[in-house]
Design a protein around this ligand. Sequence first.
Ligand SMILES: Cc1cc2nc3c(=O)[nH]c(=O)nc-3n(C[C@H](O)[C@H](O)[C@H](O)COP(=O)(O)OP(=O)(O)OC[C@H]3O[C@@H](n4cnc5c(N)ncnc54)[C@H](O)[C@@H]3O)c2cc1C
Ligand SMILES: *[C@@H]1O[C@H](CO)[C@@H](O)[C@H](O)[C@H]1NC(C)=O
Ligand SMILES: *[C@@H]1O[C@H](CO)[C@@H](O)[C@H](O)[C@H]1NC(C)=O
Ligand SMILES: *[C@@H]1O[C@H](CO)[C@@H](O)[C@H](O)[C@H]1NC(C)=O
Ligand SMILES: *[C@@H]1O[C@H](CO)[C@@H](O)[C@H](O)[C@H]1NC(C)=O
Ligand SMILES: *[C@@H]1O[C@H](CO)[C@@H](O)[C@H](O)[C@H]1NC(C)=O
Ligand SMILES: *[C@@H]1O[C@H](CO)[C@@H](O)[C@H](O)[C@H]1NC(C)=O
Ligand SMILES: *[C@@H]1O[C@H](CO)[C@@H](O)[C@H](O)[C@H]1NC(C)=O
Ligand SMILES: *[C@@H]1O[C@H](CO)[C@@H](O)[C@H](O)[C@H]1NC(C)=O
Ligand SMILES: *[C@@H]1O[C@H](CO)[C@@H](O)[C@H](O)[C@H]1NC(C)=O
Ligand SMILES: *[C@@H]1O[C@H](CO)[C@@H](O)[C@H](O)[C@H]1NC(C)=O
Ligand SMILES: *[C@@H]1O[C@H](CO)[C@@H](O)[C@H](O)[C@H]1NC(C)=O
Ligand SMILES: *[C@@H]1O[C@H](CO)[C@@H](O)[C@H](O)[C@H]1NC(C)=O
Length: 643
Amino acid sequence: MFSLSVPAVVALLSLTAPSALAALLQSADDAASQLSSTKYDYIIVGGGTAGGVLANRLSEDSSNKVLLIEAGSSDYNNTNIQVPWLAPVLTHSQFDWNYTTAPQEALNNRSIGYARGKVLGGSSSINYMIYTRGSEDDWNRYASLTGDDGWKWDNVLNYAKKLENFTNAPSVANASSKFVSTVHSTKGPVGAGLPQVTLPIDQLALNAQQELSSEFKFNQDLNAGDMTGMSWTPFAIAGGARSNSARDYVEPALSRDNLDVLVNTQVVKVLKTGTDGDTPVVNGVQFTSGPKEKLYNLTATKEVILSAGAIGTPQILLLSGIGPADQAKALSIESIVDLPDVGQNMQDHPLLTTNFEVSSNDTLDNLTLNTTFQAEQLALWTNNRTGDFTLGACNSWAWQRLADNDTVFKNVTDPSAGSKSPHYQLIWSDLYIAFSGGAFPQGHFLTLISNLYTPISRGSLTLNTTDPFTYPIINPGLLSDEAGFDIHTMREALKAGRRFLGAKAWKDWIVAEYGASANATTDEAIDEYIRANALVVNHVSGTVAMGKSGSTGKGSGALNPDLTVKGVKGLRVVDASIFPIIPAGHTMVPVYILAERAADLVKNPSSGSGSSGSGGSNSAAPIGTSFVAGIASAIVALAAYLL
Ligand SMILES: Cc1cc2nc3c(=O)[nH]c(=O)nc-3n(C[C@H](O)[C@H](O)[C@H](O)COP(=O)(O)OP(=O)(O)OC[C@H]3O[C@@H](n4cnc5c(N)ncnc54)[C@H](O)[C@@H]3O)c2cc1C
Ligand SMILES: *[C@@H]1O[C@H](CO)[C@@H](O)[C@H](O)[C@H]1NC(C)=O
Ligand SMILES: *[C@@H]1O[C@H](CO)[C@@H](O)[C@H](O)[C@H]1NC(C)=O
Ligand SMILES: *[C@@H]1O[C@H](CO)[C@@H](O)[C@H](O)[C@H]1NC(C)=O
Ligand SMILES: *[C@@H]1O[C@H](CO)[C@@H](O)[C@H](O)[C@H]1NC(C)=O
Ligand SMILES: *[C@@H]1O[C@H](CO)[C@@H](O)[C@H](O)[C@H]1NC(C)=O
Ligand SMILES: *[C@@H]1O[C@H](CO)[C@@H](O)[C@H](O)[C@H]1NC(C)=O
Ligand SMILES: *[C@@H]1O[C@H](CO)[C@@H](O)[C@H](O)[C@H]1NC(C)=O
Ligand SMILES: *[C@@H]1O[C@H](CO)[C@@H](O)[C@H](O)[C@H]1NC(C)=O
Ligand SMILES: *[C@@H]1O[C@H](CO)[C@@H](O)[C@H](O)[C@H]1NC(C)=O
Ligand SMILES: *[C@@H]1O[C@H](CO)[C@@H](O)[C@H](O)[C@H]1NC(C)=O
Ligand SMILES: *[C@@H]1O[C@H](CO)[C@@H](O)[C@H](O)[C@H]1NC(C)=O
Ligand SMILES: *[C@@H]1O[C@H](CO)[C@@H](O)[C@H](O)[C@H]1NC(C)=O
């Protein structure tokens, strides 16, 4: 139903884009002569979360001429992108690369859908908008792993503030008790805040936390350094609509005559243009409008910056001969530099849903079950940017650690960065969600989503062919660690979620666990359920990791701490590829943060450690689900409304 009905409806919904703005170039072929006659100081590859930040910050200096190249379209104003509640329909849409993982051995050999944004704004235009910075411990560990104090929490907090406009709609009840205003800013470009609509389960969850406070402590603001405990959920949603890097960083910079943005154009390689002493200089790019279309070469006078994301960036590097020399040789690619870490160290957060039947009729399942109600809510969004369509996946949640005396620590060293970093996440959503499919049971539900945030498992990305339009082999290696820490923690997360929902506070709300997980009561049965059903949170990271300066050997990192590529000149990587260890949180804000710092590192190379972002100017799963089935009908209604 989903795949049949949505594409047609999406086309109806696309707002008519205005004719191309001066700096927004829709086609490499049309713009070829303009591009080849311009000297660009910086060429940024990938107009996603990080690329948008760089395009804005580097073009703040009018002496820099900047080109941003994006494979997807410039349709970031599309209504499906703007309406927060419609986020699920963006997966498997024209804005998704539609990657698939290699068969995951520990998940019964299932290959699972792997979404990535393909549109200006990248994954920030298609994600679920959850807004977490990562913990103080995570960032301090990046500083110690790279030997660069500039990655410490105390320093990156300046960038976390620089990027955000954290404000609340007037309708947010008791807002001041729901976040700590001193760790936030209202002056940055990315709008964020707390959910505007109060749900009945919000109070029940608070009551449950108080009842079980020895296990579930309350955390007023998980973006203040300590991520653990139950808290309110912040989102990159402002004025009822999605924030993304296209709207917040690229659009405000489009009026500058020193920025050009070229969309619908895929970079296939970076090019060696010469040598500096013995060191290859790699400051050229090769790009095209599509398979079998004309190829263009262009050289940056200063740097090429790869921001194509944790799949696109290693793919481009491997295609260019920057990566493991043995892999290049096997595909007859001429090696520029042997960097064994490129494409290795892939990490993501495994996800699990379980459903609970509830006795109330007052849940967000209303939006699927009651078309009158749905139409009312859509009208509220369309007219006033209010109502249920401004919501994300949950209003509150908990981030928890395994007990210090958990027996698993007899087998493994704790992979978390420290006591302020959670091992797992518990989300309670006010409706039926089953990302992996199945028919909507036509009732009222609560969905528990329990996810692992400190995986030990590592995977890899490798090329299958030298054709840049053939997808690489993407293997996040989910739950594959030999010690079994990952499946153990997934199992403990589900048990903790059941304990939370088992609090007396829920007794008049929750009827019973529903569906296939309900019978999974023994450890063995839980593991079986996990292997048959786990998916992923879509936080792929770590495939071109930074390490200490110097060594290019295996395990020492492909990037220097300033994100320049080891062994070459003129090339940097700025996106989710760079994390040596995946943050124990959602990854969008960490990417915004690192991109803000990277912009300073590019502008002022000596700013290295201790540079501050404060005072800067602020110009700027395969979803065949019943959840989605509901959303798809919502879109039909929205389309009807707009027409
Ligand atoms: C469905 C989904 C839900 C998510 N939910 C959340 C969430 O709620 N909260 C959160 O914090 N994180 C979430 N994430 C993760 C988060 O969005 C990403 O980690 C983050 O946005 C990655 O930023 P990036 O700059 O590394 O890559 P991206 O934002 O993906 O940008 C890469 C860009 O490069 C372009 N590109 C790729 N290859 C090429 C090429 N060869 N030539 C030209 N352009 C190219 C792509 O089209 C894309 O625009 C989610 C992700 C997905 C997919
Ligand atoms: C997106 O919408 C904004 C605000 O309406 C407008 O200024 C901008 O030109 C639009 N951009 C595109 C690419 O359609
Ligand atoms: C992804 O898949 C959907 C559904 O099949 C399709 O409509 C869309 O065009 C695909 N995306 C891309 C970028 O090809
Ligand atoms: C911050 O957001 C608020 C509310 O959305 C808005 O009124 C204000 O103009 C924004 N400030 C900046 C600097 O963009
Ligand atoms: C582009 O660069 C490639 C690799 O250096 C080279 O083989 C090719 O001839 C160049 N094309 C043009 C048109 O200069
Ligand atoms: C829920 O709605 C159904 C059908 O309208 C009704 O029969 C039932 O009494 C309602 N239950 C509650 C708890 O309101
Ligand atoms: C569910 O629908 C009823 C009207 O039928 C409404 O009063 C209630 O607020 C809705 N609940 C939610 C969570 O949207
Ligand atoms: C459906 O929603 C409408 C509008 O909110 C409400 O009046 C009606 O009672 C709802 N129907 C049911 C069965 O809940
Ligand atoms: C929302 O918009 C409608 C139509 O413009 C208006 O009648 C209504 O009063 C608005 N509601 C709120 C809460 O602002
Ligand atoms: C861990 O400690 C708690 C309380 O301190 C205790 O109840 C529990 O049995 C211990 N667990 C193990 C596995 O030792
Ligand atoms: C620790 O390792 C032993 C031996 O491999 C295994 O039997 C046990 O289940 C492991 N404990 C945990 C908690 O994973
Ligand atoms: C590699 O590419 C070939 C030819 O395009 C294709 O048939 C095969 O399925 C691919 N293998 C993987 C693992 O993606
Ligand atoms: C759970 O087990 C009971 C007893 O074996 C069985 O009747 C029921 O169908 C099972 N439920 C599910 C959802 O598998």
